[in-house]
Design a binder for this molecule. Structure first.
Ligand code: DAK
Length: 260
C-alpha cells in the first residue's frame, strides 16, 4: 500500500498527512490516488468526526501539482487524466459531510492553495506562505482554483494573486479571508486538534446538514437558498440531537449528541 498519504487517528479526529517531502509534497496522479483512498476511508468511517489535512516535513503543506511530472505529460489525454483526478478528489473533499480542517505547515502553492480552498477551515503556521504561482509557469490555476477563490475572497484580491503569481504570508492570507487564523508554527497541530476536538463533540448529523445547506446555498439564488434553509432547519429541529442540545441547556449540563 502507498505511503504517499499517511492516516493517523487522534480519537474522533483523523489526520491525513501528504507525504512526499522530497518534492515538498507536490501532487502527482499516484499521490492524488492515495489521497482519494485515504480520504474515502475516513469519510466512510462513522467513528471519524473531523478530518485534518497537513503536509509531511517542516517546510511544506503542498507545493502544488508536481511540475516535473506535468512537464513529462504529452497530449491532451494525459492532461485530461490529471485534470479529472485532481478535480474529482478536491470536489470530494469540498462536498464531504464531515468538517475538514487544513493545518498548513509551510508552502501551500498552486494545487496546494487549491486544496486549501476545498477544505472548510484553514489554520496557517506563521511561517506558511500561500499563493497561486501558475502564471509563472505559463499556466493558470486549473484544479478548481479560479472558481473557488473568486467565491471566497474579493475578486480584486483573487486577481491580484493570480496575475502576478506572488506568494503571500499567513497574516495577509487571513486578512483577505483566504484562511482563518495564524498560529505559531510549533503550536499548529496542537491548536488545530484543539479546535477539531471542539467540533468533534458536536452533533455529526447537524454538522452534516449544516454543511449541505452551506454548500447548496452558495450555489443557489438567494430566494431558493432561503427556502432550502427553512426546510432543512425544520428537519434539524425534529432530531434527537436538537432536543438533547436544548434540554441540556435547560438542565444546565453538557449536551451529549448521538448523531440522531
Ligand atoms: N513540483 C515538483 N517538485 C517540486 C515542486 C513542485 N510543485 N516544488 C518543489 N519541488 C521540489 C524541487 O524541485 C526540489 O527538488 P530537488 O531539486 O531537491 O530534487 C525540492 O522540491 C525542494 O524544492 P526547492 O529546492 O525549490 O526548495 P526552496 O525552499 O528553495 O523553494 C518553493 C521552495 C516552494 C518556493 C519552490 O520549490 C517552488 O517555487 N516550487 C514550485 C511551486 C509552484 O510553482 N507550485 C505550483 C505548481 S503548478 C491541472 C490542474 C492543476 C494543476 C495543473 C494542471 N489540470 C486541470 C490539467 C496544478 C498546477 C500547479 O500546482
Amino acid at each position: 500500500m502507498s505511503d504517499a498519504v499517511l492516516t493517523e487517528r487522534r480519537g474522533a479526529i483523523a489526520v491525513l498527512t501528504i507525504n512526499r517531502p522530497k518534492t515538498l509534497n507536490a501532487l502527482d496522479v499516484p499521490t492524488l490516488g492515495a489521497l482519494d483512498a485515504a480520504f474515502a476511508a475516513v469519510e466512510a468511517d462513522p467513528s471519524v468526526r473531523v478530518i485534518v489535512f497537513t503536509g509531511a516535513g517542516d517546510k511544506s503543506f503542498v507545493a502544488g501539482g508536481d511540475i516535473a511530472d506535468m512537464n513529462k505529460r504529452q497530449g491532451l489525454a494525459h492532461y485530461v487524466e490529471f485534470a479529472e483526478v485532481i478535480h474529482r478528489v478536491f470536489r470530494r473533499i469540498e462536498t464531504c459531510d464531515k468538517p475538514t480542517i487544513a493545518a498548513v505547515n509551510g508552502w501551500a502553492l498552486g494545487g496546494g492553495t487549491e486544496l486549501m480552498l476545498s477544505i472548510d477551515v484553514r489554520f496557517l503556521a506563521d511561517t506558511a506562505r500561500v499563493g497561486l504561482p501558475e502564471i509563472k509557469l505559463g499556466l493558470f490555476p486549473g484544479a478548481g482554483g479560479t472558481q473557488r477563490i473568486l467565491r471566497q475572497v474579493p475578486l480584486c484580491r483573487a486577481k491580484e494573486l493570480m496575475f502576478a503569481g506572488e506568494h503571500i504570508d499567513a497574516a495577509t492570507a487571513v486578512s483577505i479571508g483566504l484562511a482563518n487564523r495564524v498560529v505559531p508554527k510549533d503550536k499548529l497541530m496542537a491548536e488545530t486538534l484543539a479546535y477539531a476536538e471542539s467540533v468533534a463533540e458536536k452533533s455529526p448529523l447537524i454538522l452534516k446538514l449544516m454543511k449541505r445547506v452551506l454548500l447548496a446555498g452558495a450555489e443557489m439564488p438567494l430566494a431558493a437558498a432561503l427556502q432550502h434553509e427553512q426546510a432543512m432547519a425544520s428537519l434539524v429541529f425534529d432530531t434527537k440531537d436538537a432536543h438533547e442540545g436544548c434540554t441540556a441547556f435547560v438542565e444546565k449540563r453538557k449536551a451529549s449528541f448521538t448523531g440522531t
